[in-house]
Design a protein around this ligand. Structure first.
Ligand SMILES: Cc1cc2nc3c(=O)[nH]c(=O)nc-3n(C[C@H](O)[C@H](O)[C@H](O)COP(=O)(O)OP(=O)(O)OC[C@H]3O[C@@H](n4cnc5c(N)ncnc54)[C@H](O)[C@@H]3O)c2cc1C
Length: 356
């Protein structure tokens, strides 16, 4: 494993905030991964024989991919951040109906979508151009344009930090719902280091319209009627590159707030107040957080602390010049207050924070 000391978290995360991590280890094999956990368990000493009763306590560990959904705090992290750099993609099994594809957790997610879409495998083409790693994708059940990974995931392989064993976790055990899974919610949050993800995709199938409004509009305007995975992927990528900031150029963590899910009664009440509610085919009622921010008059606006809200996507908070987590707190408070004052709904943050 590649080990570094005192690394600024701002360099490891796309929002570019955060003090230093005491240690950062890049792992590119399962052996590296075990060594990294042993290193943390031994309080930051590589040679276990050197450990004595008065050496340090075990270090806290935080798992990081590309940091596209994670925010560092000013106090940094007093433990070990493990960067997932496990690589590899393969077709495991293919029939005329479906196909099992597997990628290692440190692969780039969009490259994996490309690998699948170019082969004509359908099921994740709408998840094109989402920044980050394969291993992080199941953690918050990434989703976009009507697809989320819960629809196609078959299993993940993971290192169980409690038992120190490799395990296989099946789709039903992951308890996936909107931005929530066993990996980020409840007693087992942070317990599993996902080393590989296997998806079951459709072979030789195409999605059917109607598509999400902006996607449908793009397809119509460009006269695209062949909804092959490669064509849908190209359309989604083009729409996203127009609308969403490139993390390499503008600092953000993508959607900064979660959409709000309402009961039947709450949805009726909200509709009477003129709020735009999306009634999903599965009976779910969704109040779009971006819509609330825009309706509160904040789209494109500069905020205290060196941030602004994207003028193309109201859910995206962009860091122009902030260096401190305190600046983020100010900007976040301003948005939450404006939306609450106008609509009575409290927004909750989507990106996770690195805390010991
Ligand atoms: C411009 C932009 C657009 C975005 N658009 C979308 C979108 O459309 N839809 C969407 O869902 N998200 C979106 N996101 C959020 C982000 O891309 C996803 O959440 C992505 O999965 C994060 O990957 P990552 O490797 O950067 O994860 P990180 O930020 O590194 O980690 C995220 C969380 O997962 C945990 N984690 C990471 N790797 C592992 C692992 N191997 N095992 C266990 N836990 C792990 C971390 O501890 C952390 O809690 C967007 C972000 C940006 C910056």
């Amino acid at each position: 494993m590649k080990l570094r000391e005192n690394v600024p978290i701002s360099e490891l995360t796309t929002m570019r905030l955060g003090g230093s991590a005491r240690f950062v280890a890049e792992v590119s094999s399962l052996q590296d991964l075990r060594e990294a956990y042993e290193f943390a368990e031994n309080g930051g000493i590589s040679d276990t024989s050197a450990k004595t009763s008065d050496t340090k306590k075990p270090l806290p560990v935080f798992i990081l991919g590309d940091g596209a959904n994670t925010i560092g705090r000013d106090e940094g992290f007093p433990g070990l951040i493990i960067l997932n750099r496990l690589k590899g993609m393969e077709v495991v099994e293919e029939t005329s109906d479906d196909v099992l594809v597997r990628a290692m957790g440190g692969e780039n997610w969009d490259a994996f979508v490309g690998f699948c879409s170019e082969r004509g495998y359908s099921g994740i083409e709408c998840l094109s151009a989402i920044p980050g790693t394969v291993g992080a994708a199941p953690v918050q059940n990434i989703g976009a344009y009507g697809q989320d990974i819960s629809q196609t995931i078959d299993n993940v392989e993971a290192y169980d930090t409690k038992t120190h064993e490799m395990v296989v976790i099946g789709r039903d055990e992951m308890k996936m719902s909107y931005r929530s899974t066993i990996f980020n919610t409840g007693a087992d949050a942070g317990r599993y280091f996902i080393t590989a993800v296997t998806l079951r995709l459709e072979n030789d199938e195409k999605l059917e319209p109607p598509f999400y409004n902006s996607l449908q509009k793009y397809l119509d305007e460009h006269g695209i009627s062949d909804y092959s995975p490669a064509n849908i992927r190209a359309a989604v990528s083009a729409i996203r590159s127009e609308k969403l900031p490139d993390p390499a150029v503008e600092a953000s963590a993508g959607s900064f707030f979660k959409n709000i899910h309402l009961s039947d009664e709450e949805a009726e009440e909200a509709k009477l107040k003129g709020l735009k509610i999306y009634d999903k085919p599965n009976g779910d009622h969704v109040l779009n957080a971006g819509w609330l921010i825009e309706a509160a008059g904040l789209k494109g606006k500069a905020l205290p602390g060196g941030f602004h809200i994207s003028d193309k996507a109201a859910l995206i908070l962009i860091n122009d010049s902030a260096k401190s987590y305190k600046d983020l707190e100010q900007a976040r408070a301003e948005i939450v207050r404006a939306v609450f004052d106008k609509f009575g709904f409290k927004l909750s943050q989507e990106p996770v924070e690195i805390v010991a």
